[in-house]
Write a protein that binds this ligand. Sequence first.
Ligand SMILES: [Zn+2]
Length: 243
Amino acid sequence: MEKILIKELEILEKELNKKDFEIVLECVNNYILNRNGVEMRRKCDKRCCPVCSTRLKIQEYKKILKKLEEYNSILFLTLNGKNLTENYEKELKKIKSQFNKIKKLKELDKITLGYVRVVEIKGDNGIFKPHIHTILVVKDGYKMIWSRQKTGIKEIRKKIEKKWGEYNGNGEKNLTDLRAVGKTKKDKENLVRYLTGNLEKQMFNMNESEIRAYLKTVKGTNRVYSYGGVMRNKKRLKKVQKL
Ligand SMILES: [Zn+2]
């Protein structure tokens, strides 16, 4: 374990600024001391820290799962970006704005109450693939709304694939996926576990490319999670509903 951490620290030293690296280094040192019986000191809570990142993600997903307990109708949308070797920041910005266009399609816009968007970059052998997972909390009568729009999930899947293809324009197929999530607690847990599973490759197990890709999503202005609608303004909405 320590050997892997030391290798990761070498990569982080190149990728992070000096101040951040020193904070992370101290946190990792504390962690190693703790494993050898010394009492754990304060953790750095930085997403780029191999010790803290997984704990933070699990906390975030527990928070999301708790919020989802209040809702019965949930859709899960996945949008894959292009394979990249550089220009991540530009591409991340682009796919986020494309995501907003997809979200505003009338078939989704009319039914959506709120969303959680997760941006990730998968990295392998110097090729990086950004993708967006979105949990859409939708109105319970969404299927009726769709039938009034004379459409259904299959047609909407096709439309999303086509639109996303137009925005991305690289001719790849099956870049998108839309599916309904079951209503039970277990279904929701499975959904969140699926998202956690994607992230299960903790920084302890990542290769160099993956660490670099991961850091691209957590550094600077690139937010990993984004909340909208009822998933963000829960209290305000409750007030409105009471009136
Ligand atoms: Zn830390």
